[in-house]
Ligand binder design. Structure first.
Ligand code: IVH
Length: 689
């Protein structure tokens, strides 16, 4: 990004215009990712860098400032789904300072603007990483609440805000006829971790950081969801007011507290710039141990008369600044790259680190995302790496210090065998994640697969709930799916378990026995092969008809370029990506073993051939000969079979139809001799549609 770009002094006017156009686009994209989707793609520091570059180019080429310039815009436009509320006074943003010099510059500018030499009195508040909201009170009653949105107009989240304890419904004591009170809604780090844990358990969205969790929790169309989320609020600013309530910002904070709001208890009034600077350091030391994420300290000139005189420039006030903390970084040694296998079989690389203190938190592990990320950054075992915790709770590896790379180190080779079970781990084209193919036998996935195996649309075994599966698994009774059918042998033992009795154990045995006969499509679905849901399982079952035929064809389809492989990929509704998953599944010998073991326990019922009843070729025996022009031979065969026909290679009296392609030879002659019906490719297409 900006590091690799030319210095602003050397930009020509047309280069500057082009870059401003790009920056407008890029910043708008990141605004939407952050504000509308609660899913930022870059760090705050990277985002700030983009904005600074934009502002710097605009400062040098003011004539090139675009109507859609990011400096005139704040955040993202509101998402649909919520009614819009126009703020009576716009909700603005803050300019940033990144070091003491920039903070001093801000002070100098303000003093110059005011024509003052005496020190400035500030109120300093930790800058919480949450989302800002505006609360409107009429005669002390809470009537409306909105998100910031684009600064002028936000989303109506009144009902959501009403669910929060820290939003008073009625202000204590006297209140003006109308006042807009602003503050930050946030989630503590502990609440964020607990929420994510329960989200993960429920298979629901997991949030990247507390800020996204707070925004995602507040902006819920169903307010009951918001009510169940641990949201907090610190009040810190004022919008419109029908009459003044304070003469200074400090007094305003006191007023807020007396009216029932929480104000950040770390807020301080500081009498001069030196104290302000010292305070930044003090908060910096406390940062890691605070209950919530902060990314800087906000300084506001205390005197409201001075604030009014200073006013605004662009999107930010001249009387306040956010002095950001540097992203928390540290270097350490990466001892090893370990591969974790998730419950769905995804292989995730994790960096095992020499434990290091990053901004007050001891870090021993960092996520490496996926194999491409490792390759892109060329991360190797033994490397010295730069770690960063930027607001996010999960630390990241920013870069490798290649000068410190040990001699003889080799690029990391991502395993193609699952470390949990040794099965092949494959990465379908176009996907970033490599997955273990040993779903049924992989200890990392077994419980999940077993739960799927007995679930309602699969084997549908009453009395085998998720918890029971886990318990029996822990007991060592369930290694693979075939073990389900051996549970009745343990009936007496099961009856003595807590929560069980003779009757319930017997019922379980009966439920299992009742499922020893199963339709082919349910059987295929129960295997939990990736992308083979109920619909695809039905397609396969109907196409292949019997378990024996399916197995035989799938084993043959493992061969690249085999007719069976081509036929599989050309089944209507299946396609090459799904065919690939099946081939991967059957490519793992232990899956085939598991299948055979299972089949030995079961009676798998044949499927009805698709459309057999009403297809014109149902039950007919068809031979294709010669070169077909509009379809491949396997495709033609698959289509015929899916319509209930049997396709054979040689012509006999039993043959019903011979489809004659170009340059057909002996088979066409034999058909004529035997009086078998022949047709051209075009006639065939007409017939089967
Ligand atoms: S005052 C006109 N005070 O920072 C000034 N903002 O970059 C309005 N923030 O949108 C903001 N803590 O989301 C203010 N103590 C604080 C803050 C704070 C966090 C956030 C807020 C705002 C953003 C500005």
């Amino acid at each position: 990004m900006t590091e690799s770009q030319p210095p602003i002094e050397s930009l020509t006017e047309s280069e500057a215009a082009a870059e401003l156009a790009l920056l407008a686009q890029e910043i708008a994209h990141h605004d939407a990712a952050y504000h509308a989707h609660d899913a930022p793609e870059i760090t705050d520091a990277e985002y700030d860098a983009l904005r600074r570059r934009n502002a710097a180019i605009e400062a040098r080429f003011p004539a090139l400032i675009r109507p859609d310039s990011p400096s005139a815009r704040i955040g993202g436009a509101p998402e649909s789904g919520f009614a819009k509320i126009r703020h009576r006074v716009p909700m603005l943003s803050l300019d940033n300072a990144f070091d003491a010099a920039e903070f001093a510059e801000f002070c100098t500018r303000a003093k110059r603007f005011l024509g003052r030499t005496e020190p400035l009195v500030f109120v300093a508040e930790p800058k919480i990483d949450g989302l800002s909201i505006s609360l409107t009170y009429e005669h002390g009653r809470f009537v409306r609440g909105a998100t910031r949105g684009d600064g002028a107009e936000g989303e109506d989240v009144t009902d959501n805000l009403r669910t929060m304890k820290s939003v008073p419904d009625q202000l204590h004591g006297d209140a003006p006829a109308l006042i807009e009170i602003r503050g930050e809604v946030f989630m503590t780090k502990a609440d964020f971790l607990t929420l994510n844990q329960s989200q993960a358990e429920a298979g629901a969205k997991v949030f990247a950081n507390p800020r996204n969790a707070a925004a995602g929790s507040l902006r819920q169309l169903d307010v009951r969801i918001t009510a169940g989320r641990p949201l907090s609020l610190f009040a810190y600013a004022q919008g419109d007011s029908s009459e003044p309530v304070a003469a200074s910002h400090w007094e305003y904070l006191e007023w807020l507290k007396a009216r029932g709001f929480e104000v950040n208890p770390l807020s301080r009034r500081l009498g001069n710039e030196a104290d302000a600077e010292a305070f930044h350091q003090e908060i910096g030391l406390q940062r890691a141990s605070l209950a919530y994420d902060i990314d800087g300290v906000v300084y506001k000139i205390d005197d409201l008369t001075l604030q009014r005189r200073l006013g605004f420039v662009g999107r930010a006030p001249r009387w306040a600044i956010a002095w950001k903390f540097p992203a928390e970084q540290a270097t350490t040694i990466l001892r090893d790259i370990r591969i974790q296998v998730g419950r769905t079989g995804a292989l995730t690389p994790v960096a095992e680190l020499e434990p290091v203190n990053v901004g007050g938190v001891l870090v021993a592990r960092a996520t490496l995302h996926n194999e491409d990320e490792i390759a892109r950054k060329d991360i190797r075992a033994g490397d010295t790496v730069v770690l960063q915790r930027a607001g996010d709770v999960i630390p990241q590896i920013v870069s490798v210090v290649t000068e410190r790379r040990p001699e003889g180190s080799e690029p990391y080779r991502f395993p193609d065998l699952c470390p949990a079970c040794g099965s092949h781990a494959v990465r379908p084209p176009g996907e970033v994640v490599r997955r273990c193919t040993g779903g049924l036998i992989c200890p990392a996935q077994r419980v999940e697969r077993l739960i799927h195996f007995v679930s309602r649309p699969a084997f549908d075994i009453d009395g085998l709930g998720d918890k029971t599966i886990q318990e029996f698994y822990d007991e060592g009774w369930l290694h693979g799916p075939a073990d389900v059918f051996r549970l009745p042998e343990r009936e007496a033992e099961i009856a003595t378990r807590e929560g069980w009795g003779k009757l319930s154990a017997r019922n379980l045995s009966r439920a299992i026995a009742a499922r020893r006969t199963i339709p082919l499509e349910r059987f295929i679905f129960a295997l939990g092969i990736r992308r083979i849901g109920a619909t695809n399982a039905r397609l396969l079952a109907r196409h292949y008809g019997s378990y024996a035929n399916w197995l035989e064809q799938m084993l043959a389809a493992r061969q690249i370029g085999s007719n069976e492989r081509l036929a599989l990929g050309s089944i209507i509704g299946i396609g090459p990506a799904i065919a690939e998953e099946l081939v991967d599944f059957f490519g793992e010998p232990r899956n085939v073993e598991t299948l055979k073991e299972l089949a030995a326990e079961l009676t798998i019922e044949d499927a009805q051939q698709a459309n057999a009843a009403d297809s014109p070729i149902a039950g007919k025996t068809v031979v294709f000969t010669g070169t077909l022009e509009t379809m491949t031979r396997p495709e033609a065969k698959a289509r015929a079979e899916s319509l209930g026909a049997k396709v054979t290679d040689s012509v006999s009296k039993k043959t019903d139809i011979v489809v004659v392609g170009a340059d057909a030879g002996s088979k066409a002659r034999k058909a004529a001799e035997l009086g078998v019906r022949t047709m051209t490719e075009a006639e065939w297409r007409e017939l089967v549609g």
